[in-house]
Design a binder for this molecule. Structure first.
Ligand code: ATP
Length: 544
Protein backbone atom coordinates (compact mmCIF):
# COMPACT_ATOMS: atom_id res chain seq x y z
CA UNK A 1 0.00 0.00 0.00
CA UNK A 2 1.37 3.37 -0.86
CA UNK A 3 0.28 6.76 0.28
CA UNK A 4 1.95 10.18 0.24
CA UNK A 5 4.40 9.96 3.12
CA UNK A 6 6.35 12.41 5.21
CA UNK A 7 9.26 11.49 7.46
CA UNK A 8 9.59 13.14 10.86
CA UNK A 9 12.93 13.15 12.68
CA UNK A 10 12.72 14.00 16.37
CA UNK A 11 13.91 13.09 19.82
CA UNK A 12 12.74 10.03 21.69
CA UNK A 13 12.77 12.20 24.82
CA UNK A 14 10.00 14.70 25.57
CA UNK A 15 12.43 17.58 26.18
CA UNK A 16 12.02 20.02 29.06
CA UNK A 17 9.53 22.36 27.47
CA UNK A 18 5.98 20.89 27.19
CA UNK A 19 5.68 22.84 23.92
CA UNK A 20 7.84 20.19 22.21
CA UNK A 21 5.29 17.46 22.85
CA UNK A 22 2.45 19.84 22.05
CA UNK A 23 4.07 20.74 18.72
CA UNK A 24 4.71 17.08 17.91
CA UNK A 25 1.03 16.32 18.51
CA UNK A 26 -0.08 19.32 16.43
CA UNK A 27 2.16 18.14 13.58
CA UNK A 28 0.75 14.59 13.82
CA UNK A 29 -2.76 16.00 13.54
CA UNK A 30 -1.86 18.05 10.45
CA UNK A 31 -0.18 15.02 8.82
CA UNK A 32 -3.28 12.87 9.31
CA UNK A 33 -5.68 15.62 8.23
CA UNK A 34 -3.77 15.95 4.96
CA UNK A 35 -4.10 12.15 4.52
CA UNK A 36 -0.33 11.76 4.59
CA UNK A 37 1.36 8.73 6.12
CA UNK A 38 3.88 9.33 8.90
CA UNK A 39 7.28 7.64 8.60
CA UNK A 40 9.27 7.86 11.81
CA UNK A 41 11.99 6.18 13.84
CA UNK A 42 9.66 3.73 15.56
CA UNK A 43 10.30 4.87 19.15
CA UNK A 44 7.55 4.61 21.73
CA UNK A 45 8.45 7.55 23.93
CA UNK A 46 8.98 11.29 23.94
CA UNK A 47 8.35 13.41 20.83
CA UNK A 48 8.46 10.26 18.67
CA UNK A 49 5.44 8.72 20.35
CA UNK A 50 3.66 12.10 20.56
CA UNK A 51 3.72 12.63 16.81
CA UNK A 52 2.85 9.03 15.95
CA UNK A 53 0.13 8.68 18.59
CA UNK A 54 -1.45 11.88 17.34
CA UNK A 55 -1.52 10.60 13.72
CA UNK A 56 -3.09 7.35 14.94
CA UNK A 57 -5.72 9.16 17.01
CA UNK A 58 -6.82 10.95 13.84
CA UNK A 59 -7.20 7.56 12.13
CA UNK A 60 -4.00 8.03 10.10
CA UNK A 61 -1.31 5.63 8.95
CA UNK A 62 2.09 5.27 10.59
CA UNK A 63 5.21 3.44 9.49
CA UNK A 64 7.92 2.95 12.12
CA UNK A 65 11.42 1.91 11.06
CA UNK A 66 13.45 0.65 13.98
CA UNK A 67 16.72 -1.27 14.40
CA UNK A 68 16.18 -4.71 15.95
CA UNK A 69 18.36 -3.95 18.97
CA UNK A 70 16.08 -1.12 20.02
CA UNK A 71 13.01 -3.31 20.24
CA UNK A 72 12.72 -5.01 23.58
CA UNK A 73 10.38 -5.61 26.49
CA UNK A 74 6.58 -5.74 26.24
CA UNK A 75 4.83 -2.41 26.67
CA UNK A 76 3.97 0.02 23.95
CA UNK A 77 5.97 -0.34 20.75
CA UNK A 78 4.20 -2.26 17.99
CA UNK A 79 7.36 -3.77 16.50
CA UNK A 80 7.25 -7.28 17.90
CA UNK A 81 4.70 -10.07 18.16
CA UNK A 82 3.55 -8.62 21.45
CA UNK A 83 3.71 -4.86 21.83
CA UNK A 84 7.29 -3.89 22.61
CA UNK A 85 8.95 -0.65 23.53
CA UNK A 86 12.03 1.17 22.43
CA UNK A 87 15.00 1.29 24.76
CA UNK A 88 15.95 4.81 23.78
CA UNK A 89 14.64 7.90 25.43
CA UNK A 90 12.43 8.40 28.42
CA UNK A 91 9.39 10.37 29.45
CA UNK A 92 5.74 9.85 30.10
CA UNK A 93 4.41 9.42 26.57
CA UNK A 94 3.75 5.86 25.45
CA UNK A 95 2.52 4.76 22.06
CA UNK A 96 -0.86 3.03 22.33
CA UNK A 97 -1.98 2.16 18.80
CA UNK A 98 -4.68 -0.19 20.08
CA UNK A 99 -6.54 2.77 21.58
CA UNK A 100 -6.86 4.49 18.20
CA UNK A 101 -8.47 3.93 14.82
CA UNK A 102 -5.19 4.46 12.93
CA UNK A 103 -2.89 1.74 11.63
CA UNK A 104 0.75 1.06 12.37
CA UNK A 105 3.26 -0.91 10.38
CA UNK A 106 6.75 -1.48 11.73
CA UNK A 107 9.83 -2.48 9.79
CA UNK A 108 12.74 -3.91 11.74
CA UNK A 109 16.18 -3.19 10.28
CA UNK A 110 19.68 -4.25 11.27
CA UNK A 111 21.45 -0.92 11.59
CA UNK A 112 21.04 2.83 11.90
CA UNK A 113 22.25 3.21 8.31
CA UNK A 114 19.56 0.87 7.10
CA UNK A 115 16.98 2.77 9.13
CA UNK A 116 17.92 6.08 7.55
CA UNK A 117 17.97 4.69 4.03
CA UNK A 118 14.58 3.03 4.55
CA UNK A 119 12.98 6.12 6.09
CA UNK A 120 14.22 8.19 3.15
CA UNK A 121 12.96 5.68 0.60
CA UNK A 122 9.51 5.49 2.17
CA UNK A 123 9.00 9.27 2.33
CA UNK A 124 8.16 10.70 -1.08
CA UNK A 125 7.11 14.11 0.31
CA UNK A 126 10.24 14.96 2.30
CA UNK A 127 11.36 15.41 5.88
CA UNK A 128 10.48 17.40 8.95
CA UNK A 129 12.80 17.91 11.92
CA UNK A 130 11.48 18.57 15.42
CA UNK A 131 13.76 19.22 18.38
CA UNK A 132 16.00 16.28 19.22
CA UNK A 133 19.54 15.20 20.06
CA UNK A 134 22.54 13.90 18.12
CA UNK A 135 20.51 11.31 16.23
CA UNK A 136 18.08 13.95 15.01
CA UNK A 137 20.93 16.34 14.02
CA UNK A 138 22.63 13.59 12.08
CA UNK A 139 19.49 12.48 10.24
CA UNK A 140 18.51 16.03 9.33
CA UNK A 141 21.95 16.91 7.99
CA UNK A 142 22.42 13.70 6.05
CA UNK A 143 19.08 14.07 4.25
CA UNK A 144 20.00 17.66 3.31
CA UNK A 145 23.41 16.48 2.08
CA UNK A 146 21.66 13.97 -0.17
CA UNK A 147 19.74 16.81 -1.84
CA UNK A 148 22.99 18.69 -2.42
CA UNK A 149 24.59 15.57 -3.91
CA UNK A 150 21.56 14.83 -6.08
CA UNK A 151 20.67 11.49 -4.44
CA UNK A 152 17.14 12.75 -3.92
CA UNK A 153 15.31 16.04 -4.18
CA UNK A 154 13.10 16.21 -1.11
CA UNK A 155 12.40 19.15 1.22
CA UNK A 156 13.71 19.49 4.77
CA UNK A 157 11.58 21.65 7.05
CA UNK A 158 12.67 22.32 10.65
CA UNK A 159 10.12 23.35 13.23
CA UNK A 160 12.04 26.03 15.07
CA UNK A 161 10.24 26.09 18.42
CA UNK A 162 11.55 28.84 20.66
CA UNK A 163 14.67 29.10 18.52
CA UNK A 164 15.73 25.46 19.03
CA UNK A 165 17.15 25.25 15.50
CA UNK A 166 18.42 28.87 15.34
CA UNK A 167 22.05 27.88 16.09
CA UNK A 168 21.93 25.56 13.06
CA UNK A 169 20.53 28.40 10.94
CA UNK A 170 23.43 30.57 12.08
CA UNK A 171 25.89 27.78 11.31
CA UNK A 172 24.52 27.42 7.77
CA UNK A 173 24.77 31.21 7.27
CA UNK A 174 28.33 31.20 8.54
CA UNK A 175 29.30 28.31 6.24
CA UNK A 176 27.78 30.27 3.35
CA UNK A 177 29.64 33.47 4.27
CA UNK A 178 32.89 31.54 4.58
CA UNK A 179 32.38 29.99 1.12
CA UNK A 180 31.63 26.37 2.16
CA UNK A 181 27.96 26.37 1.16
CA UNK A 182 26.60 27.88 -2.07
CA UNK A 183 23.69 30.33 -2.27
CA UNK A 184 21.46 27.48 -3.54
CA UNK A 185 22.74 25.18 -0.79
CA UNK A 186 21.87 27.77 1.83
CA UNK A 187 18.18 27.35 0.99
CA UNK A 188 18.04 23.58 1.31
CA UNK A 189 16.52 23.84 4.79
CA UNK A 190 13.30 25.76 5.50
CA UNK A 191 12.79 26.95 9.08
CA UNK A 192 9.27 27.44 10.46
CA UNK A 193 9.62 29.74 13.48
CA UNK A 194 7.14 29.12 16.30
CA UNK A 195 7.02 30.49 19.80
CA UNK A 196 6.39 28.00 22.61
CA UNK A 197 3.15 29.68 23.64
CA UNK A 198 1.68 29.61 20.11
CA UNK A 199 2.18 26.04 19.01
CA UNK A 200 -1.39 25.46 17.80
CA UNK A 201 -1.54 25.42 14.01
CA UNK A 202 2.23 25.06 13.61
CA UNK A 203 1.78 21.56 12.12
CA UNK A 204 -0.25 22.94 9.22
CA UNK A 205 2.39 25.66 8.67
CA UNK A 206 4.97 22.88 8.39
CA UNK A 207 2.79 21.03 5.86
CA UNK A 208 2.56 24.22 3.77
CA UNK A 209 6.31 24.79 4.01
CA UNK A 210 6.94 21.24 2.74
CA UNK A 211 4.67 21.79 -0.28
CA UNK A 212 6.25 25.19 -1.05
CA UNK A 213 9.75 23.80 -0.83
CA UNK A 214 8.82 20.93 -3.13
CA UNK A 215 7.95 23.45 -5.84
CA UNK A 216 11.24 25.28 -5.29
CA UNK A 217 13.30 22.10 -5.42
CA UNK A 218 11.53 21.01 -8.61
CA UNK A 219 12.75 24.24 -10.28
CA UNK A 220 16.27 23.67 -8.99
CA UNK A 221 16.91 20.58 -11.17
CA UNK A 222 18.98 18.07 -9.17
CA UNK A 223 22.29 18.06 -7.33
CA UNK A 224 25.99 17.77 -8.08
CA UNK A 225 26.13 14.15 -9.25
CA UNK A 226 24.23 11.75 -11.47
CA UNK A 227 23.36 8.71 -9.28
CA UNK A 228 21.33 6.93 -11.93
CA UNK A 229 24.41 4.92 -12.96
CA UNK A 230 23.79 5.93 -16.60
CA UNK A 231 26.52 8.59 -16.91
CA UNK A 232 30.00 7.11 -17.44
CA UNK A 233 31.71 9.19 -14.77
CA UNK A 234 28.71 9.96 -12.58
CA UNK A 235 29.59 13.69 -12.77
CA UNK A 236 26.65 15.71 -14.02
CA UNK A 237 27.67 17.57 -17.13
CA UNK A 238 26.78 21.22 -17.58
CA UNK A 239 23.31 21.49 -19.02
CA UNK A 240 22.52 17.92 -17.94
CA UNK A 241 18.88 18.88 -17.51
CA UNK A 242 18.57 19.68 -21.22
CA UNK A 243 19.94 16.24 -22.06
CA UNK A 244 17.24 14.49 -20.05
CA UNK A 245 14.68 12.73 -22.27
CA UNK A 246 11.25 14.34 -22.52
CA UNK A 247 8.37 12.63 -20.74
CA UNK A 248 6.99 11.46 -24.11
CA UNK A 249 10.27 9.72 -24.91
CA UNK A 250 10.30 8.18 -21.45
CA UNK A 251 6.73 7.00 -22.04
CA UNK A 252 7.84 5.11 -25.15
CA UNK A 253 10.61 3.41 -23.22
CA UNK A 254 8.43 2.32 -20.32
CA UNK A 255 7.89 -1.22 -21.56
CA UNK A 256 11.63 -1.73 -21.94
CA UNK A 257 12.15 -1.30 -18.20
CA UNK A 258 11.68 -4.69 -16.61
CA UNK A 259 9.15 -4.94 -13.80
CA UNK A 260 11.55 -7.10 -11.78
CA UNK A 261 15.28 -7.66 -12.21
CA UNK A 262 17.11 -9.97 -9.84
CA UNK A 263 20.64 -10.59 -11.11
CA UNK A 264 22.62 -13.22 -9.15
CA UNK A 265 21.23 -12.19 -5.78
CA UNK A 266 22.88 -13.57 -2.66
CA UNK A 267 21.50 -12.69 0.77
CA UNK A 268 22.21 -13.71 4.37
CA UNK A 269 20.08 -12.95 7.40
CA UNK A 270 23.19 -13.08 9.48
CA UNK A 271 26.85 -13.09 8.37
CA UNK A 272 27.46 -16.16 10.55
CA UNK A 273 24.72 -18.20 8.86
CA UNK A 274 24.91 -19.70 5.35
CA UNK A 275 23.10 -17.46 2.82
CA UNK A 276 19.31 -17.87 2.70
CA UNK A 277 19.47 -16.92 -1.00
CA UNK A 278 22.34 -17.66 -3.35
CA UNK A 279 22.69 -16.73 -7.02
CA UNK A 280 19.00 -16.08 -7.52
CA UNK A 281 17.95 -14.83 -10.94
CA UNK A 282 14.58 -13.55 -12.02
CA UNK A 283 13.64 -11.16 -14.82
CA UNK A 284 10.01 -10.32 -15.42
CA UNK A 285 8.36 -8.03 -17.92
CA UNK A 286 5.34 -5.96 -17.02
CA UNK A 287 2.10 -7.90 -17.20
CA UNK A 288 3.73 -11.20 -16.09
CA UNK A 289 2.20 -13.51 -13.51
CA UNK A 290 5.00 -15.56 -12.05
CA UNK A 291 4.48 -18.49 -9.70
CA UNK A 292 7.31 -19.28 -7.27
CA UNK A 293 7.47 -23.05 -6.79
CA UNK A 294 9.61 -24.59 -4.06
CA UNK A 295 9.57 -26.66 -0.89
CA UNK A 296 9.28 -25.17 2.60
CA UNK A 297 12.43 -23.19 3.29
CA UNK A 298 13.38 -22.84 -0.40
CA UNK A 299 13.61 -19.04 -0.06
CA UNK A 300 10.35 -17.86 -1.66
CA UNK A 301 9.26 -15.56 1.18
CA UNK A 302 12.76 -14.19 1.59
CA UNK A 303 12.89 -13.25 -2.09
CA UNK A 304 9.44 -11.63 -1.98
CA UNK A 305 10.29 -9.63 1.14
CA UNK A 306 13.52 -8.39 -0.43
CA UNK A 307 11.61 -7.31 -3.54
CA UNK A 308 9.19 -5.44 -1.27
CA UNK A 309 12.16 -3.49 0.11
CA UNK A 310 11.67 -4.90 3.59
CA UNK A 311 15.35 -5.74 4.01
CA UNK A 312 18.57 -4.26 2.76
CA UNK A 313 20.06 -6.37 -0.02
CA UNK A 314 22.26 -6.24 -3.06
CA UNK A 315 21.61 -2.91 -4.77
CA UNK A 316 21.52 -4.52 -8.23
CA UNK A 317 18.03 -5.84 -7.50
CA UNK A 318 15.56 -3.57 -9.29
CA UNK A 319 11.80 -3.10 -9.41
CA UNK A 320 10.77 -0.93 -12.37
CA UNK A 321 14.40 0.10 -12.65
CA UNK A 322 14.67 1.30 -9.05
CA UNK A 323 16.80 0.09 -6.17
CA UNK A 324 14.32 -1.86 -4.03
CA UNK A 325 15.57 -0.67 -0.67
CA UNK A 326 16.96 2.81 -1.23
CA UNK A 327 14.37 4.26 -3.59
CA UNK A 328 10.69 4.65 -2.83
CA UNK A 329 8.68 1.75 -4.25
CA UNK A 330 5.41 3.44 -5.00
CA UNK A 331 3.23 0.96 -6.81
CA UNK A 332 4.55 -2.17 -5.10
CA UNK A 333 2.16 -4.03 -2.80
CA UNK A 334 3.34 -6.90 -0.61
CA UNK A 335 0.79 -9.14 1.08
CA UNK A 336 2.17 -11.71 3.49
CA UNK A 337 0.77 -13.90 6.22
CA UNK A 338 2.41 -11.96 9.08
CA UNK A 339 -0.14 -9.13 8.75
CA UNK A 340 -2.81 -11.17 10.54
CA UNK A 341 -0.50 -11.57 13.57
CA UNK A 342 -0.36 -7.83 14.20
CA UNK A 343 -2.35 -7.05 17.39
CA UNK A 344 -3.78 -3.92 15.76
CA UNK A 345 -5.68 -5.92 13.13
CA UNK A 346 -7.17 -8.09 15.87
CA UNK A 347 -8.47 -5.15 17.86
CA UNK A 348 -12.06 -3.93 18.03
CA UNK A 349 -12.12 -1.91 14.79
CA UNK A 350 -15.07 -1.89 12.41
CA UNK A 351 -14.03 -2.99 8.90
CA UNK A 352 -15.45 0.13 7.21
CA UNK A 353 -13.33 2.41 9.47
CA UNK A 354 -10.35 0.19 8.98
CA UNK A 355 -10.55 0.40 5.18
CA UNK A 356 -11.13 4.16 5.20
CA UNK A 357 -8.15 4.67 7.50
CA UNK A 358 -5.90 3.32 4.74
CA UNK A 359 -7.49 5.42 2.02
CA UNK A 360 -10.48 3.27 1.05
CA UNK A 361 -12.53 6.41 0.43
CA UNK A 362 -10.01 7.41 -2.30
CA UNK A 363 -10.48 4.16 -4.22
CA UNK A 364 -14.19 3.71 -3.72
CA UNK A 365 -14.87 1.94 -7.01
CA UNK A 366 -12.11 -0.64 -6.58
CA UNK A 367 -12.88 -1.01 -2.90
CA UNK A 368 -16.54 -1.81 -3.63
CA UNK A 369 -15.58 -4.28 -6.37
CA UNK A 370 -13.23 -6.08 -3.99
CA UNK A 371 -15.79 -6.05 -1.17
CA UNK A 372 -18.13 -7.96 -3.49
CA UNK A 373 -15.50 -10.39 -4.78
CA UNK A 374 -14.12 -11.09 -1.32
CA UNK A 375 -17.59 -11.16 0.22
CA UNK A 376 -16.66 -8.80 3.05
CA UNK A 377 -19.17 -7.28 5.47
CA UNK A 378 -18.32 -3.65 6.22
CA UNK A 379 -19.89 -4.00 9.69
CA UNK A 380 -17.60 -6.84 10.82
CA UNK A 381 -15.42 -6.08 13.85
CA UNK A 382 -11.83 -7.15 13.29
CA UNK A 383 -11.51 -8.90 16.68
CA UNK A 384 -14.64 -10.98 16.14
CA UNK A 385 -14.12 -12.63 12.73
CA UNK A 386 -12.51 -15.85 11.51
CA UNK A 387 -8.94 -16.10 10.16
CA UNK A 388 -10.25 -16.47 6.61
CA UNK A 389 -12.53 -13.45 7.02
CA UNK A 390 -9.65 -11.42 8.41
CA UNK A 391 -7.60 -12.50 5.38
CA UNK A 392 -10.34 -11.23 3.05
CA UNK A 393 -10.21 -7.83 4.75
CA UNK A 394 -6.42 -7.80 4.33
CA UNK A 395 -6.75 -8.59 0.63
CA UNK A 396 -9.39 -5.90 0.15
CA UNK A 397 -7.20 -3.40 2.01
CA UNK A 398 -4.06 -4.33 0.10
CA UNK A 399 -5.56 -4.54 -3.37
CA UNK A 400 -7.89 -1.52 -3.45
CA UNK A 401 -5.16 0.97 -4.31
CA UNK A 402 -3.98 0.16 -7.85
CA UNK A 403 -0.57 -1.53 -7.78
CA UNK A 404 1.99 -2.13 -10.51
CA UNK A 405 3.73 -5.03 -8.79
CA UNK A 406 1.92 -7.38 -6.42
CA UNK A 407 3.96 -9.72 -4.22
CA UNK A 408 1.71 -12.41 -2.76
CA UNK A 409 3.06 -14.75 -0.12
CA UNK A 410 0.59 -17.57 0.57
CA UNK A 411 -2.23 -15.21 1.46
CA UNK A 412 -4.93 -17.15 -0.36
CA UNK A 413 -4.39 -20.28 1.72
CA UNK A 414 -7.25 -19.70 4.16
CA UNK A 415 -9.82 -18.49 1.61
CA UNK A 416 -12.71 -20.74 0.68
CA UNK A 417 -12.56 -22.21 -2.81
CA UNK A 418 -15.12 -19.88 -4.40
CA UNK A 419 -13.60 -16.66 -3.07
CA UNK A 420 -10.13 -17.85 -4.09
CA UNK A 421 -11.28 -18.59 -7.64
CA UNK A 422 -12.99 -15.17 -7.98
CA UNK A 423 -9.95 -13.43 -6.57
CA UNK A 424 -7.59 -15.18 -9.00
CA UNK A 425 -9.81 -14.08 -11.88
CA UNK A 426 -9.70 -10.48 -10.61
CA UNK A 427 -5.91 -10.61 -10.35
CA UNK A 428 -5.56 -12.04 -13.86
CA UNK A 429 -7.71 -9.22 -15.25
CA UNK A 430 -5.57 -6.65 -13.45
CA UNK A 431 -2.46 -7.90 -15.25
CA UNK A 432 -4.24 -7.94 -18.59
CA UNK A 433 -6.07 -4.61 -18.33
CA UNK A 434 -3.47 -2.57 -16.42
CA UNK A 435 -0.29 -4.38 -17.44
CA UNK A 436 0.41 -4.98 -13.75
CA UNK A 437 2.79 -7.72 -12.60
CA UNK A 438 2.32 -10.45 -9.97
CA UNK A 439 4.73 -12.78 -8.21
CA UNK A 440 2.89 -15.41 -6.21
CA UNK A 441 4.37 -17.95 -3.80
CA UNK A 442 1.99 -20.76 -2.90
CA UNK A 443 1.80 -24.47 -2.13
CA UNK A 444 -1.78 -24.77 -3.37
CA UNK A 445 -1.94 -25.48 -7.09
CA UNK A 446 -5.65 -26.17 -7.29
CA UNK A 447 -7.25 -23.95 -9.91
CA UNK A 448 -3.93 -22.36 -10.81
CA UNK A 449 -3.30 -24.16 -14.11
CA UNK A 450 -4.16 -21.17 -16.28
CA UNK A 451 -3.01 -18.46 -13.83
CA UNK A 452 0.75 -18.12 -14.36
CA UNK A 453 2.47 -16.78 -17.44
CA UNK A 454 5.78 -17.95 -15.92
CA UNK A 455 6.98 -20.36 -13.26
CA UNK A 456 10.18 -20.14 -11.29
CA UNK A 457 11.58 -23.13 -9.42
CA UNK A 458 13.45 -22.37 -6.17
CA UNK A 459 15.51 -24.94 -4.32
CA UNK A 460 17.71 -24.44 -1.24
CA UNK A 461 17.75 -20.68 -1.68
CA UNK A 462 18.45 -20.54 -5.37
CA UNK A 463 16.50 -20.27 -8.62
CA UNK A 464 17.28 -23.29 -10.75
CA UNK A 465 17.30 -21.64 -14.16
CA UNK A 466 18.96 -18.41 -15.26
CA UNK A 467 15.54 -17.27 -16.40
CA UNK A 468 11.95 -18.06 -15.47
CA UNK A 469 10.06 -20.65 -17.54
CA UNK A 470 7.09 -19.58 -19.67
CA UNK A 471 3.83 -21.24 -18.74
CA UNK A 472 2.32 -23.09 -20.49
CA UNK A 473 5.77 -24.29 -21.55
CA UNK A 474 6.97 -23.57 -25.07
CA UNK A 475 9.41 -25.56 -27.18
CA UNK A 476 12.36 -23.51 -25.99
CA UNK A 477 11.92 -24.36 -22.34
CA UNK A 478 10.14 -27.72 -22.44
CA UNK A 479 13.48 -29.45 -21.72
CA UNK A 480 13.69 -27.64 -18.35
CA UNK A 481 10.61 -29.45 -17.06
CA UNK A 482 10.42 -32.98 -15.59
CA UNK A 483 10.18 -35.47 -18.47
CA UNK A 484 7.36 -37.88 -17.50
CA UNK A 485 4.28 -36.00 -16.32
CA UNK A 486 1.68 -37.72 -14.13
CA UNK A 487 -1.38 -37.92 -16.38
CA UNK A 488 -3.72 -38.02 -13.37
CA UNK A 489 -2.70 -34.58 -12.20
CA UNK A 490 -2.98 -31.13 -13.78
CA UNK A 491 0.22 -30.33 -15.72
CA UNK A 492 1.16 -27.61 -13.22
CA UNK A 493 0.70 -29.84 -10.17
CA UNK A 494 2.51 -32.68 -11.92
CA UNK A 495 5.56 -30.48 -12.69
CA UNK A 496 5.57 -29.01 -9.18
CA UNK A 497 5.31 -32.39 -7.48
CA UNK A 498 8.14 -33.83 -9.58
CA UNK A 499 10.32 -30.81 -8.75
CA UNK A 500 9.60 -31.06 -5.04
CA UNK A 501 10.40 -34.81 -4.99
CA UNK A 502 13.71 -34.08 -6.72
CA UNK A 503 14.35 -31.20 -4.28
CA UNK A 504 13.95 -33.46 -1.29
CA UNK A 505 16.54 -35.94 -2.62
CA UNK A 506 19.02 -33.15 -3.36
CA UNK A 507 18.44 -31.59 0.04
CA UNK A 508 18.94 -34.90 1.84
CA UNK A 509 22.25 -35.41 0.01
CA UNK A 510 23.39 -31.90 0.90
CA UNK A 511 22.45 -32.38 4.54
CA UNK A 512 24.20 -35.76 4.63
CA UNK A 513 27.43 -34.10 3.51
CA UNK A 514 27.09 -31.79 6.52
CA UNK A 515 26.36 -34.71 8.88
CA UNK A 516 22.73 -33.65 9.31
CA UNK A 517 19.58 -35.72 8.98
CA UNK A 518 15.89 -34.93 9.40
CA UNK A 519 13.30 -37.31 10.81
CA UNK A 520 13.73 -39.89 13.56
CA UNK A 521 17.24 -40.42 14.87
CA UNK A 522 18.33 -43.99 15.64
CA UNK A 523 20.36 -43.95 18.82
CA UNK A 524 20.97 -46.46 21.58
CA UNK A 525 22.30 -43.81 23.93
CA UNK A 526 19.78 -42.31 26.38
CA UNK A 527 20.16 -38.52 26.52
CA UNK A 528 20.17 -36.49 29.74
CA UNK A 529 16.87 -34.86 28.80
CA UNK A 530 15.26 -38.28 28.25
CA UNK A 531 16.44 -39.40 31.70
CA UNK A 532 15.14 -36.19 33.26
CA UNK A 533 11.73 -36.29 31.58
CA UNK A 534 11.21 -40.00 32.26
CA UNK A 535 11.56 -39.14 35.94
CA UNK A 536 9.39 -36.01 35.89
CA UNK A 537 6.85 -36.76 33.15
CA UNK A 538 4.22 -34.07 33.70
CA UNK A 539 2.09 -35.26 30.78
CA UNK A 540 0.94 -38.09 33.07
CA UNK A 541 -0.74 -35.55 35.34
CA UNK A 542 -2.21 -33.31 32.63
CA UNK A 543 -5.79 -33.95 31.52
CA UNK A 544 -5.91 -34.02 27.71
N1 ATP B 1 14.65 -14.46 10.14
C1 ATP B 1 15.43 -15.45 9.70
N2 ATP B 1 16.68 -15.63 10.19
C2 ATP B 1 17.47 -16.60 9.72
N3 ATP B 1 17.12 -17.47 8.76
C3 ATP B 1 15.90 -17.35 8.23
C4 ATP B 1 14.98 -16.34 8.67
N4 ATP B 1 13.85 -16.46 7.96
C5 ATP B 1 14.04 -17.50 7.11
N5 ATP B 1 15.26 -18.03 7.29
C6 ATP B 1 15.82 -19.16 6.54
O1 ATP B 1 15.83 -18.83 5.17
C7 ATP B 1 15.47 -19.94 4.39
C8 ATP B 1 14.35 -19.56 3.44
O2 ATP B 1 13.19 -19.27 4.18
P1 ATP B 1 11.85 -18.73 3.49
O3 ATP B 1 10.91 -18.33 4.54
O4 ATP B 1 12.22 -17.72 2.46
O5 ATP B 1 11.35 -20.05 2.75
P2 ATP B 1 10.02 -20.30 1.93
O6 ATP B 1 10.40 -20.88 0.62
O7 ATP B 1 9.16 -19.09 1.90
O8 ATP B 1 9.33 -21.43 2.82
P3 ATP B 1 7.77 -21.72 3.13
O9 ATP B 1 7.24 -22.42 1.91
O10 ATP B 1 7.84 -22.63 4.29
O11 ATP B 1 7.08 -20.44 3.43
C9 ATP B 1 15.11 -21.07 5.34
O12 ATP B 1 16.17 -21.96 5.39
C10 ATP B 1 14.93 -20.40 6.68
O13 ATP B 1 15.37 -21.23 7.71
Amino acid sequence: MTQDSICVFCGSSPGKNPAYIEAARDLGEAIAKNSWRLVYGGGARGCMSAVSQSVLEQGGQVLGVIPKVMVNKPNGHPGGPAATKSQEGSGPELLRPEATSGTVETILVSSMHERKAKMAAESNLGFVGLPGGYGTFEEVLEMVTWVQLGIHSKPMVLLNINGFWSPLKQQVDLAFEEGFISEAGRNLIAFVDVSADQVEGSGQRVVEAVLKMQEELAKRGGGYWDWSGKGASGVKSKGAEEEMPSSEKVGNQVDEVLAVEVPDLTFSFNPELPPALQNCNLNLKRGSRCLLVGANGAGKSTLLRLLAGKRLCDSKVRVFGKDVFRESQRGTTYLGTEWAMNPVVRSDIVVSHFLDSVGGYRHKERRDKLLNILDVDLDWHMHAISDGERRRVQLCMGLMEPWDLLLLDEVTVDLDVQVRADLLEFLMNETIERNATIIYATHIFDGLQSFPTHICHMRLGTTLTKDHISWPPNEANQHLLPSSPDENLSPLLSVSLAWLREDRIVRQEEEKKMGRKRGAKLSTVTTDSEKFFSKYDYSQTVTR
